[in-house]
Every structure is written in C-alpha cells, then in structure tokens.
Design a protein around this ligand. Structure first.
Ligand code: SAM
Length: 285
C-alpha cells in the first residue's frame, strides 16, 4: 500500500469476540506495509484468525517514546502503517496518543477505522442514560482518591463510565456503595462479547447485592456505569425536595442523629449527604 505520502490508520479490533471487526479494518490490515501492535503475540492470534500476514512491529507504553520516530520514517518513505491495540479502539486507555500527535504535526494523514470499544458496548446494553456521559478511564488505585472522584460525579448530571479490572472491582464497588445513595441506578458490564458476558443493571443496592453474592461476577474485565443526578435532585445537592421534606419532618420529632438514621432508611440516600443537609437545616433555624 505504498503511497507517495504515508498514512497512519488507527484500527479498532475486537474486545473479545474475534468476529467483531469491520470489513474495512480487515482490508486495511491486509494492505498496509506494517502493523504497529501493542502486543504482537496477542494480535498474532487475531491476524492469523483472519489470515492476515502483514508484518508487525511492537508499539506499547514502554517503547512509545523511541518507537514513534521509526514509524514516522516509514510514513516519510511513503509507507502506510496501521496501529492496533490488544483490544478495542487504540488510544482509548491504550497507547497511541503521542504517535497520532506527532504524525499529525509532521503533516501526515491519520485515518480512523472505527469499531469495538468497551465504553460504547457497555453503554448501549446498560439501560442507563446514554445522551450524556463522562468517561474516566480507570479510577485511581487508592480508595481515598477513588472516593474523591466518585464524590465529584455523585453530584453531576450525565452517566459516569469507567473501566475496572478484576483486581480492584471488589474494593471499587465497596466505595461506590459508600458514596452513592442506595437508590441510584447503575450497571456493571462484564466480559462483553465473550462467553461469560454479563450486564447487571439496577439500583446501587441491587447491583451490589448481586455482585457480592456471586464470585463469578467478580472475575474478568469490567465497565462500570453510574446514573447521573437528575435535575430535580441537582437543585438541592444529591437530595430531592421530597428527601429534604422527609428529613425536616423527622427532625421536628427526633434528634439529628435519629432523624438522619431514619431518613437513610426512608429515602435510600447516603448518610453523609443527609447529615450534611440536617446540619444546614439546623443552622438555618
Ligand atoms: N481500548 C479498549 C477499548 O476500546 O475499550 C480499552 C483498553 S483498557 C486497557 C482495558 C479495559 O477495558 C479493561 O480493564 C476493561 O475495564 C475494559 N474492557 C476491555 N474489554 C472489555 C470487555 N470485553 N468487557 C468489559 N470490559 C472490557
């Protein structure tokens, strides 16, 4: 596929099921001069499944810096390059950003060949709103930093989407339960397009109960989605006006501590949020 001017193709590959690859992606992978792959052994399985014999070269997070130059030289020589990652769309939590940036700066074309991506696969099967969403990649490793990100999104509109690995999913779910009110809707999409594909959607309380009861649910690759706050709730922090009325009624009859405790049970909202509101209401008096 040598041209007078080289082209870099960004080619999406499957996230599990090897048939999830477009005809155009197969054409490009067959015809480029070289495929830059995150893991050549891993991609070798996909390429041989589709009888593609194009030479591969490794391009991953550890050699990104020094590997971009030889790839730019190929483009300069009029060769075409396809970038693929281990799964899904390159650059989406995968290497490639620095290469694309340099290739564009050098004046070569970058052509996307779209296809599988765990974000869109999870969103469209979740039953959680898709009109507006924020993707956070992987949340921080420590619980404290993770909770702080979750706290920020707990008050925002739009669905929160993030990736999680089997090593951290359990701790991450415990943090979700801590920060979000039990009644918020969420979804866990696990092993998408693979044999044990599971998409569980319900309230935080329901999803966590199902997740904790089944150890199989804790294995594999995950996308977690959490519903955003709705407009009515946003006006008063995480609480709806009905939640605040309930809290006020209880506070008129019992101590703050008891009122908050009962309000948690009646509204399904977080203890932290209700306690904060109770203190605000007290200081308003
Ligand atoms: N580039 C990929 C994409 O387009 O989705 C994402 C790569 S990122 C390094 C890997 C993470 O994506 C996994 O840890 C998991 O959170 C998510 N993921 C990838 N494949 C998945 C699948 N089949 N089911 C659920 N999540 C998946």
């Amino acid at each position: 596929m040598s041209n007078t001017k080289g082209i870099l193709y960004i080619v999406a590959t499957p996230i599990g099921n090897l048939s999830d690859i477009s005809l155009r992606a197969l054409e490009v992978l067959n015809s480029v001069d070289v495929i830059a792959a995150e893991d050549t052994r891993n991609s070798g399985v996909l390429l041989s499944h589709h009888s593609i014999t194009t030479p591969m070269t490794a391009y991953h997070e550890h050699n990104e810096g020094r590997k971009s130059k030889p790839l730019l030289n190929k483009l300069d020589a009029g060769e075409s390059v396809a970038l693929i990652s281990d799964a899904g769309t390159p650059l989406i939590n995968d290497p490639g950003y620095s290469l694309v940036e340099q290739v564009k700066r050098a004046g070569f074309s970058v052509v996307p060949i779209p296809g599988a991506c765990a974000i869109t696969a999870a969103l469209c099967a979740s039953g959680i709103a898709t009109d507006r969403f924020s993707f956070e990649g992987f949340l921080p490793r420590t619980s404290c930093a993770r909770k702080s990100v979750l706290e920020t999104y707990q008050k925002r509109q739009g669905t929160l989407v993030f990736y999680e690995s089997s090593h951290r999913i359990e701790k991450c779910m415990a943090d979700v339960v801590d920060i979000y009110e039990a009644s918020r809707n969420m979804s866990i999409a696990r092993e998408l397009t693979k044999a044990y594909e599971t998409v569980v959607t319900g309230t935080v309380e329901e999803v966590y109960a199902q997740f904790s009861a089944d150890t199989n649910m804790q294995r594999g690759e995950f996308v977690v989605l959490i519903e955003g706050i709705n407009k009515k709730q946003q006006k008063s922090g995480g609480l709806s006006l009905e939640d605040i009325d309930t809290l006020k009624t209880l506070m008129a009859e019992c101590s703050v501590k008891t009122a908050v405790k009962l309000a948690v049970q009646l509204t399904g909202q977080s203890k932290k949020e209700l306690y904060k509101k109770a203190l605000e209401l007290n200081s308003d008096d």
